[in-house]
Design a binder for this molecule. Sequence first.
Ligand SMILES: [Zn+2]
Ligand SMILES: [Zn+2]
Length: 247
Amino acid sequence: MNPESAESLKSKLKSGSSQSKVFDLLSDQKWHCRNCEGKKVASNQYAGGGGIQGLERGNRSGRPGLVIETKREICQVCQKITIWDRWTGETREANASANLPPKLVKRILEIYNYIDVIENRQRLPHELVIDHRFPMERWGKSEPNHDVNMSETEIRNKFQLLKKDSSGNHNLLKSRSCEKCIETGNRGTPLGLEFWYFGNEKWPDNIPQSGSEAEEGCVGCGWYNFEAWRTALNATLKQVESQNFLE
Ligand SMILES: [Zn+2]
Ligand SMILES: [Zn+2]
């Protein structure tokens, strides 16, 4: 995604709001200590929805999310190890759940029992990202409709849960992979594994690059449906095993 200028981003934040103040601090793209610098700017809201989390998420009216890195390091001012954040200067599509009605978010989390599909771990809601299987990068102009009362089958067809914690953000990894796929025509390799449960590495020639018909081109990529990908990978391994046994 093309980076959006700091001025343009700033204009999409309510002036005087704590998000806007936190953005002012981070806009120099340098590391800032949460403890001594962050608290001054937005006491209790610095890391949460009124600050860093909210800026990372973006919103439903056209403000993209910021790509923010986090580390732990000694702060000379605080004289202890603290958490630091830095805006990389990049932006990304607003986090999908920013565009979903809260009622639907709750239904999706409950249907998947708060378990992220890659590590298979139950997590707190703030460590989960609701991922559109069909990546936003390929939607084209229009955001799909999200009927709060869509069926469980429809929910399972459309969404999966990915993790986002201090050690990594699988949704961000997926975005990078999708951007690369759009650029090169080579589909994703989650965890570096060169396996596709349908088709192969190449984006199919007969499928458009974006718009609703592009979704077919994603089928088979592990980032599109990690569960199906893992099941198919296990089946393939079993098959290889039984062939070796017969030989
Ligand atoms: Zn500090
Ligand atoms: Zn959506």
